[in-house]
Structure formats: C-alpha cells, structure tokens
Design a protein around this ligand. Sequence first.
Ligand SMILES: Cc1cc2nc3c(=O)[nH]c(=O)nc-3n(C[C@H](O)[C@H](O)[C@H](O)COP(=O)(O)O)c2cc1C
Ligand code: SF4
Length: 334
Amino acid sequence: MKDIFDKCKFGEFNLNSRIIRTGAWERQTEDGGFLSEEVFDRYEKMAKSGVGLILSEMFAFDPKDRFYEYSTNINYRGFIKDYKQITDICHNHDVPILGQLAFFYFDDGDNQKAEPNDLTIEGIRKLQAEVIMVAKKFSFAGFDGIQINMGNNFYLSRFTNPYFNQREDKYGGNTLNRLRIVLEIIQLIKKSIGFHVSCRINIEDVRNGGLTQEESMKMAKLLAENGADSIQITGRTISMKYDAAEKHVFLDYANKLAEEIDIPVILAGNLRDMKTMNNILNSSNVEFMSLSKPFVAEADFLAEWKENGEGTSRCKGCNNCYSKKESRCFQYED
Ligand SMILES: Cc1cc2nc3c(=O)[nH]c(=O)nc-3n(C[C@H](O)[C@H](O)[C@H](O)COP(=O)(O)O)c2cc1C
Ligand code: SF4
C-alpha cells in the first residue's frame, strides 16, 4: 500500500513524503523589501512537518512584469539573501526546493506587452536568455531547480496555445513548433546549469480553439522526451468549478499521463484529506500531489496528519487568500 508519507524518489531527489507544497505568494515584506520573519517561520514549519518538496512563490524576471501590484521579481534587492536563508531552512530538513518563474506579460524591448504573434526572433531569444538568468540566480540562492510556469494564464501558456499563437514561423503552427520556445529553454538550462526543470502545464484551455486535453497530453510527452524532469498539472483558471467537482477534475488526465511518461507527474488542486489522497495513490498511477491553501491555513498541518495517520485540512475553501493574493488565512487568527 502506498502512503502520502512514503519516503520516495522524485527524479534525482529523495523526498520525505509524496506531498508537495505548491507556489503561494509570500508577499510579507518589510525593511526595504526584504522578507519578514513570518515567511522564514512558515518555511521552517513546512519543512519540518514532513513535506516532500517545496515550490516557491512565483517570480517574474522584470520588475515591471506584475501579476498583481505586490507580485515579486527575481531582481528585488534582498532576493539572494532572503532565499539563501529559505533554501538553507529547507535543506536543513532534507527538503528540496524549486524556484518558480512566470512571465505574465513579456517586454521584448519595443513593446512592454508583446503578444506571442508579435514576438520577433530576437524577442524570443531575449525571453529565453531571461529564463537562463533566472535559473542562474535561483542556483546562486541555493535552489535545487526551476519550475517554469507555462500554465494558468501566464505568457508561456498563451504562447503555446493555438488560441493565441498563429505564428507562421518555426515557433507557431503545430504542437512541436508552439512548444519549441520552451524545449529550447529546457536544453539551455540543462547545458548551462544542469538543474531540475519542472513544468507547470494546463490540462486544457476552455476557450473555443484553445488547447485541448489531447494536445496538452502530447505537449507533456514532448516535454518529458526533451529533458523536463517533472510535470505539474493545473488548469487555466483556479476555478470554483474545480473546487465543487466531486471527483478530482485532473485525476483521469494525471493517471493517463503518469502511465505514459517516466518522469514524476504532480496532481494539483483541491486535495484536502489524507484518506482521499491515499485512495488516489492506491487506485491510480499518481504518485505525487501538491497542495497550496492547506499550507496557508496551517503551515505545519502535515506533522499532525503523520502522527495521527489521518487528517483533514482546516482550510474552508473561502478563497480569500487567493482573491487577496496573500499567503495569509483569513479564517484563523494564528
Ligand atoms: C495565496 C495563494 C497564492 C498562490 N500563488 C501561486 C504562485 O505563486 N504560483 C502558482 O503557480 N500558483 C499559485 N497559487 C495557486 C496554487 O499553487 C494552487 O494551484 C491552487 O491554489 C490550487 O491548489 P490548492 O487547492 O491546493 O490550493 C496560489 C494560490 C493561493 C491560494
Ligand atoms: S483564507 Fe480561506 S481558502 Fe485561504 S487558507 Fe484560509 S480558509 Fe482556506
């Protein structure tokens, strides 16, 4: 029988469990933009509680590329100092940590919001170079790898999506061409840093003419064949529809994908109790699961689950933390 607290391999990493804490805007900064003590405490609690792997909050490259007014970027003054401290906390508890990168818009030098169709080849090279710079900076700060967010509604999800990309060069048209921008990035990171590269992808795009599940599956296979080390599955929006569904909406897809590729596949979203998660582990090919809001509700809840052999997150799913873009629970004071 598999259990969420199994010690296991995840690519080159040895994990303390199958549970992954997935990105959450930390936001709390003080003293000229440095992270507050609260964030370090949260990492200490998470890392100590039995989590297997941590994915950082999302970093942009360009300070102007803002998802929200307080979204962070890799070039803020305290980045190396703050994140060296955070990666040290994780490593002291044998927990690997990947830094997440996302472009919301992309500034190609001429246009601060260059659409996928408008990007010149020089613009594509600029974007790819920025990813490498981010990966290097992650590496200086002690991260064990990078996660490229090419899911949700971020720039690379739009670039790879036929709804947005009608380019007529080798970066548009068929699946391989639309994915080429990312495949080249993966190769560059592998050559220059040898980092773990994780990709966060959408299962589908619900717009007419957008990415279908069939094509998303094809893309995931191409990513795996071309050097990606793990794949996390998400949706275009973090929708209430997903929260309300009875069966996990990404499960069938994750099950099929995990059977077809030999890199770790991470099932994400709306996982709240240990029994359900162990049932998923023992009735599908899924081996890794990520959670976000449960860690916002209580950073060290896993310690109690582990001790009791059961548990349910106290997250009520009100979504206030998500709406307000804060890693703070609005239901509980502590
Ligand atoms: C406060 C908060 C911050 C988030 N920040 C990020 C982020 O930086 N990057 C990201 O990819 N997803 C982010 N998400 C989305 C989560 O990673 C996750 O996909 C989503 O919340 C669904 O998982 P859950 O049901 O376990 O919370 C955030 C979600 C919340 C609630
Ligand atoms: S604010 Fe709401 S959704 Fe966020 S962690 Fe707290 S209870 Fe869960």
